[in-house]
Ligand binder design. Structure first.
Ligand SMILES: Cc1cc2nc3c(=O)[nH]c(=O)nc-3n(C[C@H](O)[C@H](O)[C@H](O)COP(=O)(O)OP(=O)(O)OC[C@H]3O[C@@H](n4cnc5c(N)ncnc54)[C@H](O)[C@@H]3O)c2cc1C
Length: 502
């Protein structure tokens, strides 16, 4: 088995220290640094779309939040015709992948490669946030990945003993001992090789030279929701007129390659805190930074053990909805631009994201050079329902933050600011300042219709010996973060690959 990875090793300590997550947003050594194309609905901004370019992929640079989504998400995939993908079908794979700190139960597993832990040292703002939601009438939940996804509570992180657990540390490190696994880093896959409609292997660039690798059984694309459709289109799989436009010979007309892009658009409420206890205060003080460093080294506690968030909530903007459509996460810092320095004052944020957008985007080629970034059009807020639901979620969280449990820590609302009050003003704020939650999926949609890119065994329709195993196969985005669901997809795919070899 040959594994090609365009990035390098995951040997930077900041990959393994959870808070180091903040350092990767602008680091070309580990990040493809993509930007979405400017769009009328999001103020013509080039919104950052980071993607991991390193062993472990985005699981090596992500915010470490462990969320699976809702039972309804997977039951919906099954209702779309995808046999084997209902919640009952996929739950064993979530359990198999997991090493759950709280022990095994009906929903959780132990002994799996992906370590899932409780926050080691939750900050007082976390309890204040959860309690404020309870004061506002929302339920408290103990486990977002168990029976009750709905409600507010503490998040779990993909960490073990205060260090990141990624697909590299969890899966690849153990597998490296195998004699039949070869890993080539800094190897950029440029196209799939074909004989007619049969995939034969991969062409890739390594140290500036072109190489060919022949597959004994099959080629598996796991390049993520941006790069997998890019490689397919460069190889002649996609909408034929689109391919011909770039001078690419068509191998198969698969019209939806690169279509159906979904992501969780979000807006950030930001507050000035009257207590100097936020991450802003730590990073703005050399003394406090040293203290936090020592706490981490000697006790594995404190801010350095923290991912994107420690506390969150899932709620419905309308009680008539079958399940939550908004996720809100508390971040113990505030910044005008994620990854680019925190405010000089004490501050924190609440990130409000739309879980099941109607808007659909796409990833298409800009030309036929495999080293060029593709054109990413998420089409955020193109649907009126998406606009209304995100505004409703934003307003609901703003009310929660007025509850006494958390309001006592607030000096003032920094953004959008009290004067931004009407729905249209809030929508304008979201257009100007909103961003992605880094969850692009769906661009090689699994389905049973003739436009779907892969079938329910993740084989590319109409092509022999080619499979896709990554977030791009999701027919609809899950209602939560996408790392654990992608790992579940890979666990299930590994069983299917072995079954199909027989
Ligand atoms: C900044 C950030 C924060 C996130 N936070 C969270 C979070 O807190 N919780 C959560 O659940 N999810 C989070 N996510 C999302 C989650 O990490 C991803 O959904 C998941 O890792 C996607 O897995 P994937 O296999 O589809 O793609 P990726 O993990 O992106 O892997 C694709 C791999 O393919 C490689 N590759 C691409 N093109 C080529 C090529 N041409 N040749 C060779 N190799 C190539 C890439 O370098 C990469 O290693 C975050 C993502 C990011 C970027």
């Amino acid at each position: 088995m040959l594994l090609l990875e365009a990035g390098g090793d995951d040997n930077s300590p900041w990959i393994h220290i959870p808070l180091g997550y903040g350092k990767h947003f602008t680091n070309p050594k580990v990040n493809w640094l993509y930007k979405n194309e400017p769009d009328s609905e999001t103020a013509y901004r080039k919104i950052a779309q980071p993607r991991g370019k390193v062993i472990g992929g985005s699981s090596s640079i992500n915010g470490l939040v462990y969320i699976r989504g809702q039972r309804e998400d997977y039951d919906h995939w099954r209702q779309l015709g995808n046999v084997g993908w209902s919640y009952q079908d996929v739950l064993p794979y979530f359990r198999k992948s997991e090493d759950q700190q709280n022990g095994a139960d009906e929903y959780h597993g132990v002994g799996g490669p992906l370590a899932v832990s409780n926050p080691s040292d939750p900050h007082p703002l976390c309890e204040a946030f959860i309690e404020a939601a309870v004061q506002s009438g929302y339920p408290r939940t103990k486990d977002f990945n168990g029976l009750n996804h709905e409600g507010f509570g503490y998040l779990q992180l993909t960490t073990r003993n205060g260090r990141r657990s990624s697909t590299s540390t969890g899966y690849l490190k153990g597998a490296k001992k195998r004699k039949n696994l070869f890993v080539i880093k800094n190897a950029h896959a440029t196209r799939i090789l074909f004989e007619g409609s049969k995939a034969l292997g991969i062409e890739y660039l390594h140290n500036g030279k072109k190489h060919l690798a022949k597959a004994n059984h099959e080629v598996i694309l796991s390049s993520g929701a941006i790069n997998t459709p890019q490689i397919m289109m460069l190889s002649g799989l996609g909408e034929s007129t689109e391919l011909k436009k770039h001078g690419i010979e068509v191998v198969a007309n698969i019209p939806e390659v690169g279509c159906n892009l979904q992501d969780h658009y979000n807006g950030r409420l930001m507050y000035r805190s009257n207590e100097p206890f936020t991450l802003n205060d730590i990073l703005n003080s050399r003394l406090l930074s040293v203290y936090e460093g020592l706490r981490y080294i000697f006790k594995r506690k404190g801010f350095l053990t923290m991912g994107a968030s420690y506390a969150a909530g899932f709620f419905r903007t309308d009680p008539a909805l079958a399940s939550p459509d908004i996720q809100a996460g508390l971040a113990l810092f505030s910044t005008d631009k994620v990854g680019e320095g925190l405010h000089p004052f004490s501050g924190f944020s609440v990130i409000v994201r739309l879980l099941r957008p109607e808007s659909r985007g796409n990833v298409f080629l800009k030309g036929n050079n495999p080293l060029d970034a593709p054109a990413i059009h998420p089409n955020f807020l193109h649907s009126k329902n998406d606009q209304d639901n995100l505004v409703a979620g934003f307003k609901a969280m703003r009310e929660v933050l007025k509850s006494p449990a958390i309001n006592k820590f607030i000096q003032s609302e920094y953004a959008p600011g009290e004067s931004t009050a009407s729905d249209s003003e809030l929508l304008e704020f979201l257009r100007q300042k909103g961003g992605t939650s880094f969850h692009p999926v769906g661009t090689c949609r699994m389905g049973i219709d003739n436009k779907a890119v892969v079938d329910s065994r993740l084989r590319v329709n109409g092509i022999k010996n080619l499979r896709v195993v990554d977030a791009s196969i999701m027919p609809t985005i899950v209602s939560g973060n996408t790392n654990a669901p992608t790992i579940m997809i890979a666990e299930k795919a590994s069983d299917m690959i072995l079954e199909d070899l027989k």
